[in-house]
Design a protein around this ligand. Structure first.
Ligand code: NAD
Length: 307
């Protein structure tokens, strides 16, 4: 399959090398000059599970440089960057291109629907992880999985087969939005609270009221989800959080929002808690906790940026 990965950062690069190793024709699309230069001159360095580094070679170029057409474009920008990426790669999207979104957060489908027909959209959620430690180098651990569903009657089976040829543990599910909201619920707790409490996941778990705060966020999310026909399994999210909070599972991991704040980057808050707050306002559902968390994270973004 001819595949482009739009957003060849931490996770895009991990998936890209796996797909290429399975024989797919993979092109990375990214706009970070130092990262592109490093990969195109020295290759992509991958350190997996603290083993010796391995180097992989595959083409990476900017949206302005990429030409031709692709069977599949996997979108892996940060969520606030998605609209711009889709605008920039418009020339390579045809009626036949399928677009699989694996970025976290909610609202991605609405953004995609502004650019392509719903029948071209494949919505997904992934448990694969990766860290970009410097331009041209990612660190990876363990394995993951992908759940996906074609919207509006598209056929995503060939995509599942291509992903599974690469060992990406993909499966078609009938209700991907439920899975996407489930993961968004976990992220809406761990990401902003790690920033606001300056704590990694295990440290957050030592707070006596950690689960009370989680429930404040998730109960509002559940009501907002119900207004959209999405059933949010709060008990299931709490069970997953309880597992993650255990030091032996979460270790010293800081969620991506914590790292984004450290690096002075814009966070995905408007696509997590901010999304629930916005939708709640539209639907007349009070969301004071999510609205406050969103404001506090935006304040933190501003404070870090002016330092
Ligand atoms: P990242 O910041 O490492 O990668 C995004 C890449 O997109 C960057 O290299 C950036 O230069 C590029 N990009 C963004 N907008 C662009 C544009 N308009 N033109 C060209 N290039 C552009 O992010 P990531 O960690 O790979 O995460 C991507 C998404 O996947 C996020 O939504 C994240 O929450 C989700 N996710 C990440 C992980 C993980 O472990 N990294 C796990 C699951 C889900």
């Amino acid at each position: 399959m001819k595949i482009a990965i739009a957003g060849f950062g931490a996770l895009g690069a991990r998936l890209g090398i796996m797909l290429q190793a399975a024989g797919h024709d993979v092109t990375g699309i990214d706009g970070w000059p130092a990262h592109i230069a490093a990969i195109n001159t020295k290759g992509l360095t991958v350190v997996h599970d603290d083993q010796d580094p391995k180097v992989y070679y595959l083409p990476v170029m900017t949206p302005q440089e990429v030409t031709g057409t692709f069977d599949l474009i996997i979108l892996l920008t940060k969520t606030p960057q998605l609209d711009r990426m889709l605008t920039d790669i418009a020339p390579i999207i045809t009626d036949q291109t399928q677009l699989l979104i694996l970025s976290n957060g909610l609202g991605n489908i609405e953004v995609m629907a502004k650019h392509v027909a719903k029948s071209q959209i494949v919505a997904g959620v992934t448990l694969w992880t990766s860290s970009l430690v410097k331009p041209g180098e990612i660190h990876t651990t363990g394995s993951g999985s992908i759940k996906l569903q074609a919207l509006a009657g598209g056929d995503a089976q060939p995509i599942v087969e291509a992903l599974n040829e690469a060992g990406l543990n993909a499966e078609l599910v009938p209700d991907v939005m439920t899975a996407i909201w489930h993961k968004a619920g976990i992220n809406a707790v761990l990401n902003p609270l790690s920033v606001l409490l300056d704590a990694n996941i295990a440290e957050f778990g030592t707070a006596g009221n950690a689960m009370d705060m989680a429930l404040n966020i998730l109960d509002e999310m559940k009501q907002v989800g119900a207004s959209q026909g999405i059933k949010v399994d709060v008990a299931g999210i709490i069970a997953d959080l309880s597992r993650l909070l255990k030091p032996e599972n979460a270790g010293n991991h800081y969620p991506s929002m914590y790292q984004d704040i450290q690096n002075g980057k814009r966070t995905e808050i408007d696509f997590l808690n901010g999304y629930f707050a916005r939708l709640g306002q539209q639907e007349g559902i009070p969301t004071p906790f999510n609205a406050l968390v969103t404001r506090l994270i935006h304040a933190k973004e501003d404070i870090v940026r002016t330092k």
